[in-house]
Design a protein around this ligand. Structure first.
Ligand SMILES: [Zn+2]
Length: 662
């Protein structure tokens, strides 16, 4: 294999890994920007070498969905096909004329096309036996365990024989926002849109996660039905209505006789699409009489007798009166355009549009006072896509945080400008929620909601205030902010207790950019206490394994900030543990080289070795002059002889344990 091909294969694997982290683990380790760059590179290579491209390339995967690690694949009983899209009303009319030409009594169901992912449910004698994703249309994945925790999925529907239902699994806007708020408060990457999150949630392997995030489902078709249940498949809407009577959540539908009725039903869905608590990406038109559908095939990929009308994106010209600059909960500057007058788009009144970042604003020439085109296409937030009347001046981003006045920094490799002040009021709720979270200080029962209230009530301005909360005990109980007496005392106790945490947890809690849980642990192995780390220069920091130049600079910059140092000193004064474990309890055997031989009374060899290492000692294999001690048990042979001849002290297990206890 030549170098280029090797690089290509390695790149595919890297991207696969990131896709898995993003879609299946929800813990991406690189930014969207970096991810896009990798994808661009992959596409570039594939353009040069089209013969290398296989079906498993990340570029070939529908919607960028990653393969599940351990998902079981299922061959569908009935293929799960797509629906042929049409983009004009004329195409809809032509199709209806064609159907009416052959079957003058044909009727049509017009339905919202929910933007989620398709799932089939198999029922045997009315009991749910299997749920499967669409996959490639012929083979999908078994997601039964996840489907069972979706409240809209009925476990039993009281039918007889075999019934297979197909529907769309989606995430509501409210659940989507709840998820992203939580991601932000944990310092994790928010999901891009409800559809991707719904897909990732249904396809990941833990039903608890599915339950917690909340998925919904609309059933929109009877795929198959045998015996008595076969009547469900005669007339489409009658089948759906019978299912609805059995408690199945079915897609909203309108039964239409004429072309005019179909078109007005499509318009009605389009006008209200801004009002639904979920995204739609069109309207589906289906022939009501299921038997007629086969007469209108649309190709092997598409369902016969169905079309999907795609709404054009709605656009309006607006005048941008002001560009509002704010700070997001992650410290990023946010920019939004406020219009002089609200406009109606996709059925909702719109007065603001997102402007992404400063590069986007400047590259389009967006400025206060310009006229521009605002577009909304089912998305939650409309966007400015072009400028029609520029102002001739360039919009300047502020130099300081509009909330706290701290100097802003530009994030490396991205277009984001951030406020780096950890006590910035705009970010304090997020930074504190992270500080108390399981990944950091792990203060039990003290969640983000308490943090929010305590910040709002003025008790918390930075993390040191947590350790002064006990001074307000009676007041807190009186206000009931953290429940009654018992719960308040429990939480205050847990906060106090957290002072004894290992120092790497505290370091994690400081949320220094690029210093997560694992790197904090690694870093603190190299310093005897946090002050030593705080004083370290960049050259010292980069010598630590896993610490690159950027991370080293982040650490150095953090502690170079006078305010951050002041908080650290305050914390030390409040009694926070700043010492590394190695020097605290592990020092007992620090620097000692110990050889283990023979059968020990209670410890196994591996156990003894682990214990020695855990206490800072080094376990070596053979006895030499440099050996500090020989730990000898029963039937110690040549090593004992050698130790004696070299004058190496011999100790028993009991003596070793005593050294550690000391
Ligand atoms: Zn700020």
């Amino acid at each position: 294999m030549d170098e280029k091909r090797k690089h290509y294969e390695a790149l595919k694997q890297t991207i696969e890994g990131h896709m898995n982290l993003y879609y299946n683990e929800d813990s991406p380790s690189i930014s969207d920007f970096e991810y896009d760059a990798l994808m661009r590179e992959l596409k570039e290579i594939e353009r040069e070498h089209p013969d290398w491209v296989t079906k498993d390339s990340p570029t070939q995967k529908v919607g960028g969905a990653a393969k599940r690690e351990a998902g079981v694949t299922i061959a569908h009983h009935v293929p799960m096909l797509s629906i042929q899209d049409v983009f004009t009303k004329e195409e809809v009319e032509a199709w209806i004329s064609e159907v009416k030409g052959l079957h003058p009594d044909a009727r049509f169901s017009v339905e919202r096309k929910i933007d989620g992912l398709s799932m089939s449910l198999r029922y045997e004698d009315g009991v749910l036996t299997l749920a499967e994703t669409r996959g490639d249309g012929l083979v999908g994945e078994d997601v039964t365990l996840n489907a069972r925790v979706i409240p809209d999925v009925k476990q039993s529907i009281g039918t007889s024989g075999y019934v297979e239902l197909r529907g769309e699994v989606y995430m509501s806007h409210s659940d989507f926002e709840r998820f992203n708020e939580r991601q932000e408060s944990l310092g994790k990457k928010p999901a891009a849109n409800p559809r991707n999150l719904a897909a990732g949630t249904l396809r990941q392997l833990d039903p608890e996660i599915t339950r917690e995030r909340g998925l919904r489902m609309f059933v929109f078709n009877v795929q198959d039905a045998t015996g008595e249940s076969a009547r469900l498949m005669e007339r489409h809407t009658a089948g759906l209505d019978e299912l609805a009577a059995r408690g199945v959540v079915i897609v909203p539908h309108m039964l239409c006789e004429t072309k005019e009725q179909v078109l007005s039903a499509i318009d009605e869905i389009g006008e209200h699409r801004g009002d639904y608590d979920y995204d739609i990406d069109g309207a589906v038109v289906k022939i009501e009489q299921v038997a007629y559908r086969a007469d209108f095939p649309a190709g092997s990929k598409y369902s016969a007798g169905h079309i999907a009308y795609k709404y054009p994106p709605e656009e309006k010209e607006v005048e941008i009166e002001e560009i509002e600059v704010g700070v997001g909960r992650t410290g990023k500057m946010t920019f939004r355009a406020r219009f002089a007058e609200p406009v109606r788009l996709c059925g909702t009144s719109v007065q603001y549009a997102t402007l992404h970042n400063i590069d986007y604003i400047n590259s389009l020439g967006i400025d206060e006072g310009c006229r521009a085109v605002c577009r909304k296409q089912g998305e939650i937030i409309p966007a400015i896509i072009s400028v029609t009347r520029p102002t001739g001046t360039v919009f300047q981003a502020p130099n300081v945080c509009p909330v706290c006045g701290h100097t802003l920094v530009r994030e490396e490799g991205t277009a984001d400008i951030c406020c780096a002040n950890p006590s910035c009021p705009a970010q304090i709720k997020r930074t504190l929620a992270y500080f108390v979270s399981r990944d950091a200080m792990d203060i039990k029962a003290f969640g983000a909601t308490y943090v929010d209230t305590l910040v709002d009530e003025g008790y918390l301005h930075n993390y040191t205030d947590l350790y002064r909360l006990h001074g307000y005990r009676d007041e807190l109980i009186e206000k009931g902010i953290m429940g009654k007496e018992k719960n308040t005392d429990k939480i205050l106790g847990a906060i106090e207790e957290s002072k004894r945490n290992s120092v790497d947890k505290f370091l994690t809690g400081l949320a220094i950019r690029n210093v997560g849980k694992a790197s904090a642990r690694e870093i603190m192995k190299h310093f005897s206490n946090l002050h030593e780390l705080a004083d370290a220069d960049v050259e010292t920091l980069v010598r630590i394994p896993d610490v690159g130049e950027i991370t080293a600079e982040c650490i150095h910059d953090y502690f170079a900030d006078a305010e951050n140092r002041r908080l650290l000193d305050e914390m030390a004064a409040l009694g926070m543990n700043m010492e590394s474990e190695k020097n605290e309890q592990g020092a007992a055997l620090a620097g000692l080289k110990i050889v283990v031989t023979g059968t020990l009374p209670t410890l196994g060899r591996a156990e003894a070795a682990a214990l020695i290492e855990a206490n800072g000692g080094k376990c070596t294999g053979s006895v030499s002059k440099k050996t500090s001690y020989l730990l000898a048990g029963e039937a110690a042979g040549s090593k004992l002889e050698k130790a004696k001849s070299l004058g190496v002290p011999v100790i028993t297990e009991e003596e070793l344990l005593a050294m550690i206890e000391r």
